[in-house]
Write a protein that binds this ligand. Structure first.
Ligand code: MF3
Ligand code: CO
Length: 259
């Protein structure tokens, strides 16, 4: 049995996830060839603190930064560094906050300069897969319905779903029950109840599904070296339609004005 949040808790989670969404929009403004992932990290940390919150990832399980910045074949948990983003790269920026005793957690994969149509399509389909998952995050369905929706959309386009990393419940802890795999079978797994808050975060590979962890103890990469995309939203399960607590609206407004 999964524990739903009260409406008060959902509002605190909304506050956190809205701040994460606005922080990611700040990243959208400055991502361009030549900027280092460390610079992104510093700007994000400052923005979060200026808004009265703390970075949610910094120190979490010993993680050393505010953001995870995962470039190209890096799937997730890339550590910000002196690497300068290059024309044609993609970078998943995953961000967390901690405010009023609750966490925020969302991610968006950005393009840097001109990205090949093949990779742009991977990003589009990964984001669509996330929305397919959100559509079925409704009372009465099950965790397996979310995984099924994501997996079938991604695989229909010839992509593969990472198995080792999954979405999760979100609340007073960043990783709560249940696990939310991006693959699965319809009608299987724990039942979704109204008020349950989960992060849905497909990690979709252009090539094969296999990944490995680097010697830094964090960075996850594709085994075949092909690119991987990652998008994450926090949602509260409700009857008929999920209450989406984070948003890509701020990011996409910035990107529209950029191009
Ligand atoms: N968004 C990531 C996740 O849910 C959190 C990064 S883990 C951290 O898996 F340790 F870096 F914080
Ligand atoms: Co997450």
């Amino acid at each position: 049995m999964l524990v739903p949040k009260t409406q008060e808790e959902i509002e605190l989670l909304r506050l956190n996830n809205d701040l994460v969404s606005r922080t990611l929009a700040e990243m959208a403004k400055i991502i361009q060839p030549g900027i280092t992932t460390k610079k992104l990290d510093r700007v994000a940390e400052e923005f979060i603190r200026d808004n009265g919150a703390e970075p949610g990832f910094l120190g979490y399980g010993g993680y050393p930064a505010t953001l995870c910045t995962s470039v190209n074949d890096e799937v997730v948990h890339g550590i910000p560094s002196t690497y300068e983003l290059r024309d044609g790269d993609i970078v998943s920026v995953d961000c967390g906050t901690y405010l009023h005793g609750y966490y925020g957690d969302s991610a968006y994969t950005f393009t840097v300069g001109e990205v090949s149509p093949e990779v742009q399509r991977l990003l589009k389909v990964t984001k669509e897969s996330l929305y397919k998952g959100v559509e079925v995050a409704i009372e009465g369905l099950r965790i397996g319905d979310i995984g099924y929706a994501i997996q079938s959309h991604a695989e229909a386009h010839g992509y593969s779903v990472v198995r080792e990393l999954v979405g999760h419940g979100l609340g007073r802890d960043m990783h709560e029950r249940p696990e939310v795999p991006n693959y699965g079978n319809r009608g299987r797994g724990p039942k979704l109840v109204s008020g349950l808050v989960i992060c849905i975060e497909p990690m979709i590979n252009l090539g094969k599904k296999h990944v490995y962890q680097e010697d830094d103890g964090w960075t996850i990469r594709t085994l075949d070296g092909k690119p991987s995309a990652h998008f994450e939203l926090a949602v509260a399960v409700e009857k008929g339609k999920a209450d989406v607590l984070s948003t890509f609206r701020y990011i996409e407004e910035v990107l529209q004005n950029k191009n």
